[in-house]
Design a protein around this ligand. Structure first.
Ligand SMILES: [Zn+2]
Length: 131
């Protein structure tokens, strides 16, 4: 049996976030991009996290810090709580989610409302915004 995708969908990685991480397809929705960025943390695909950041923010991306956090944290699950906009016909959207991980033996819940924007047909993560 193939394990399901780290993002929590009941699909094999290769039919879910794996297609985006490997550049075989582009996420159609903000939620797809958000889920694939979670999977990128789990799988330590740091370059994907940089490449899916809003282009103007990419030069500020902390590659070493992100790699360290992705490796040190033991990711235990993702819950998407609310999605506004971010559909295939939209240009903007927000996704409210909780990502859980173990850090130094403690279970931590990272809750964030992320804003996403589309540019030239690609979704990018812009920033965390108030819920
Ligand atoms: Zn997935």
């Amino acid at each position: 049996m193939t394990p399901s995708c780290p993002c929590g969908r009941e699909l094999p990685l290769s039919r879910c976030c794996g297609r985006f991480l490997d550049g075989e397809a582009l996420p159609e929705t903000a939620e797809d991009l958000m889920r694939s960025r979670y999977s990128a943390h789990v799988l330590e695909r740091i370059e994907y996290l940089r490449d899916t950041l809003w282009p103007r923010h990419q030069p500020l991306f902390d590659t070493a810090g992100t790699a360290r956090r992705a490796a040190d944290n033991h990711w235990t699950g993702l819950t998407v709580i609310a999605v506004h906009g971010g559909g295939s016909a939209d240009r903007e959207g927000t996704v409210l989610f909780e990502a859980r991980f173990l850090a130094g033996g403690q279970l931590v819940t990272h809750r964030e409302c992320s804003r996403f924007r589309k540019k030239k047909g690609r979704w990018y993560y812009v920033e965390a915004v108030p819920e």
